[in-house]
Design a protein around this ligand. Structure first.
Ligand SMILES: [Cu+2]
Length: 418
């Protein structure tokens, strides 16, 4: 039995892999890097992402939490987030998703009408299934556009795959030993029965010369030669067996599983997280990407409309974080175990890092330099059909409170420092 199950799994995974390759989905394997910059810098901005562990063994669970902002200047080429499914990106089903939530609402189904310019919070619980080392990302899939992938962290899964067990108790009280194999033998048996009947029916016809003699018979208007009496008798038998078997199968399933829950097809709705009252007004001036220097420079006017002095602590885009090393609150905002490759080593260069006083407007030039632009393949601003960049700015007040603002606009590639 186990061998048949394995063979079926192999066939199914080959079909799925084939379909994926044919479709050339942008998120195959490490697809996060293959996505165009406008997609990665102006759709979902992921922040406060946490992974509860970086090492676990088969059957243990990891919790991924965080928030995302749906960027206001949403690209035209991407469908609006009208139907969204909260998911995780891993190389294949190496984890079983046990639970997922959007703003605390169970996310078994897709959500409708997410609002651009607003923030959402997610949580997912994944149970390790197959040992290995995997890049684990949060992800949202947008109907009509595809998946948008958040930052990834390497997770090591130890143990053996054979130990994986997903047991649970159904609402009816029935204990299911292992969800992975539960009901599989019944499904395979029924499939096999139908396959045998179908194959026999096809064989019955193709064992005889098929095309030329039948074509000639038709030409002579001798349709009566196409089928023999035995054909008709067998046809009736097959019809009776097929209808009878379908009826029997239905009754068998009804009596074996009297209480079933149909697949859930409706969508859910959750209002976005409450808006933080804005503390700054940002007026974008210009952005340049210095190709050889791997550096993005942006100039903006920042007006402090709050009653507390503010300092810029971080610029975050495409899951890369440029942190102001001079500001302790901004450094403290980066969790110690956050993936180091996603935090720019040189931090964020700020032309004038002094406090912006309440009511004051200051022109600030930021310099976000890191090899990550190249590694993450975010440098194709020149060849992009939509050469605009976007990101989040994190401002901090003297109490260390964080305030998030969006910034973005057209970006121009340059080949020397100007
Ligand atoms: Cu990855």
């Amino acid at each position: 039995m186990a061998a048949i199950v394995r063979a079926w799994k192999l066939v199914l995974s080959m079909i799925v892999l084939g379909a994926l390759a044919a479709e050339a989905l942008p998120v195959f394997a490490h697809g996060e890097r293959a996505q165009e910059p406008y997609l990665r810098t102006r759709t979902a901005h992921w922040y406060d992402v946490t992974w509860s562990a970086d090492k676990l063994s088969v059957n243990q669970e990891i919790v991924v939490t965080g928030k995302f902002r749906l960027y206001s200047d949403w690209p035209d080429a991407v469908q609006l987030p009208e139907t969204v499914f909260v998911s995780n990106a891993t190389p294949g089903p190496v984890f079983a998703r046990v639970d997922s939530y959007l703003n605390g609402v169970p996310a078994r189904q897709s959500f409708r009408d997410l609002e651009v310019g607003r923030d959402y919070e997610y949580k997912m619980v994944l149970r390790a299934r197959i040992p290995g080392r995997y890049h684990v990302h949060p992800m949202i899939a947008i109907k009509g556009s595809g998946p948008l992938v958040g930052p990834g962290r390497w997770i090591n899964v130890g143990g053996t795959a054979d130990d994986f067990n997903y047991s649970l108790t159904a609402i009816s009280g029935e204990k299911i030993d292992d969800l992975e194999t539960w009901g599989v033998s019944a499904a395979l048996t029924w499939h096999s029965i139908w396959l045998v009947i179908a194959a026999a029916w096809i064989l019955w016809w193709v064992r005889r010369p098929l095309l030329i003699p039948r074509y000639l018979a038709l030409k002579k208007e001798r349709e009566d030669l196409l089928t023999t009496d035995t054909d008709i008798k067998l046809g009736i038998v097959v019809l009776v067996v097929a209808v009878g078997l379908a009826f029997y199968g239905y009754n068998w399933a009804q009596s074996k599983y009297p209480r079933t829950v149909p697949l859930q097809a409706g969508t859910m709705y959750t209002p976005p997280l409450p808006v933080q009252s804005p503390v700054v007004k940002i007026r974008f001036q210009e952005a340049k990407y210095d190709v050889p220097g791997r550096s993005m420079r942006m100039v903006m006017d920042v007006t402090n409309i709050s009653d507390k002095p503010l300092r810029l602590g971080e610029f975050a885009t495409a899951s890369i974080r440029f942190v102001n090393h001079q500001l302790p609150a901004a450094k403290a905002n980066v969790a110690a175990n956050y993936p180091a490759e996603l935090v720019a080593r040189n931090g964020l260069g700020i032309s004038d890092d002094s406090e912006i006083k309440p009511g004051e407007t200051k022109q600030i030039a930021i310099d976000a330099t890191d090899a990550a632009w190249e590694i993450e393949r975010l440098t194709s601003f020149l060849t992009d059909v939509d050469s605009k960049v976007g990101g989040l700015l994190f401002f901090f007040d003297p109490e260390g409170r964080r305030h998030i603002a969006e910034v973005g606009g057209p970006i121009l590639p340059v080949f020397k420092k100007s």
